[in-house]
Design a protein around this ligand. Structure first.
Ligand code: CAA
Length: 399
């Protein structure tokens, strides 16, 4: 059959299912502030975060990704997935895609393309856009996009308070139940040195203040273009989501629309909805490429006033840097697809780490000398059905 460009443009594509997983250990940031000799309000208000999830060695990005996707996939979904993308900047292998581990762990068919995407925190958005194009041209098939990351800056560094760990899984389909994504969007790439992680380092390097400047400047750029092209009318925009490395960062992006740049009523509405979008992220921390999708889930599960047909904007930013502003419309089935109680339980049932426990967990490393390693299991919760058991013959072993 010939591919029909016009027909593809008419197929509604977007997010049909969404779920997230975060490991079951967290650090309270007041505890961190006390030990680092910092006023806790700097973290709670200045950075805008209250807790951060900490991943033990057995919850690497593959295990977390599988745990995010497992509960939401039906037998039919598993048959119909033809594109499988894992977006991560915490990759576990230089060659084999994390998506291939997923194909095995999630019991998907072999009749699919499995790849890994990297562009810092923008990776999952690239994956979603590719996935939407895929289902527009193959409406009978589905795509699974999973964002999974562990944000690591190092002990006693300025970035330490902006760490976190978790994964967000999204099923992309035609006629989606949650969010139909518009085919046209505004994007921009600029090669910058704001944040990077060389192959030899287990922690990221960041020019923190510079990274904040680039984030904001690229937002202004894509927002301005979207306005000029008639895509970003604030009156009809019910919410605007941001990549949230920490909640203050998104707030700084949103504030560029304040001071009369858009009508006060619109700014107030977007600010109220922004507050709902950061509820989960404030307790999880930065999960890099999944952060904006955690914000989407947080908004949908913590805002009672949104309704079917509401238009939402998403500002995705990945250091290095790529930014994209795109839009979607809430679909009739969206409320039935959510499980706010399960996600609240996941966050509330985590174990609080003491500072020495956090530092030990952060410093633990997998062997790098080719020897074998057996790991204990850190998360016995129902949500953690997948975990890394160790390393054998240079390969990670999962169960
Ligand atoms: N009460 C209330 N607020 C306080 C306070 C107190 N007692 N003490 C300080 N603050 C405020 C400061 O005024 C400041 O507010 P503004 O940013 O609004 O000016 C805020 O707390 C942060 O304090 P500092 O300016 O002293 O900043 P810092 O040196 O501690 O570093 C950071 C902050 C640059 C964000 C650092 O945590 C960092 O480098 N993080 C990693 C990089 C990062 O996340 N960049 C974001 C953009 S890049 C990106 O988004 C991609 C990605 O995921 C990495």
């Amino acid at each position: 059959m010939m591919y029909d460009n016009n027909a593809a443009a008419n197929v509604k594509a977007g997010i049909d299912k969404i779920n997230f997983y975060t490991p079951n250990h967290y650090l309270n940031l007041v505890d961190l502030a006390k030990v680092r000799g910092v006023d806790p309000n700097k973290y709670l208000i200045g950075i805008g975060q209250s807790k951060m999830s900490v991943a033990a060695l057995d919850q690497d990005i593959v295990a977390m990704a599988a745990n995010a996707a497992e509960p939401m996939l039906s037998a039919e979904d598993r048959q119909q997935i033809g594109l499988l993308i894992v977006a991560t900047e915490s990759g576990i292998d230089q060659s084999k895609a994390a998506a291939l581990f997923m194909q095995d762990l999630l019991k998907l068919t072999g009749n699919l393309r499995a790849i890994e995407i990297k562009e810092a925190c923008y990776g999952a958005t690239a994956g979603i856009q590719l996935a939407c194009d895929y289902v527009r041209s193959h409406p009978g098939r589905k795509a699974l996009v999973i964002a999974s990351d562990i944000a690591r800056y190092g002990l006693d560094t300025p970035g330490e308070v902006t760490q976190g760990a978790g994964a967000v899984a999204m099923l992309i389909t035609s006629n989606p139940a949650i969010l139909a994504i518009e085919p046209e969007s505004i994007y921009e790439s600029r090669s910058t040195g704001d944040f990077w992680r060389p192959n030899y380092s287990t922690v990221a390097f960041a020019r923190g203040k510079f990274s904040e400047e680039i984030y904001v400047s690229m937002f202004e750029e894509v927002w301005g273009k979207a306005q000029r092209q008639g895509m970003a009318n604030p009156e009809t925009l019910q919410a605007l989501l941001f990549h949230i490395p920490f909640s203050k960062m998104g707030r700084k992006g949103l504030r560029t629309l304040g001071n009369g740049k858009i009508a006060e009523a619109d700014y107030t509405r977007l600010t109220e909805r922004f507050e709902r979008s950061i509820v989960y992220g404030k307790e999880v921390g930065n999960i890099y490429t999944g952060s904006i999708y955690l914000a989407l889930l947080s908004l949908l599960e913590n805002d009672e006033s949104l309704k079917v047909g509401d238009r939402i904007g998403l500002y995705s930013y990945g250091s290095g840097s790529v930014a994209e502003l795109y839009f979607g419309t809430l679909q009739p089935g969206y409320r039935q697809r959510l499980d706010a109680q399960a996600h609240r339980d996941l966050l509330d049932h985590r174990e609080r780490l003491s500072m020495p426990e956090y530092e030990a967990m952060f410093s633990a490393q997998l062997v790098t000398d080719g020897s074998e390693q057996d790991l204990g299991r850190s998360d016995h919760s129902e949500a953690a059905t997948h975990y890394l058991t160790g390393i054998k013959d240079h390969e990670r072993q999962y169960r």
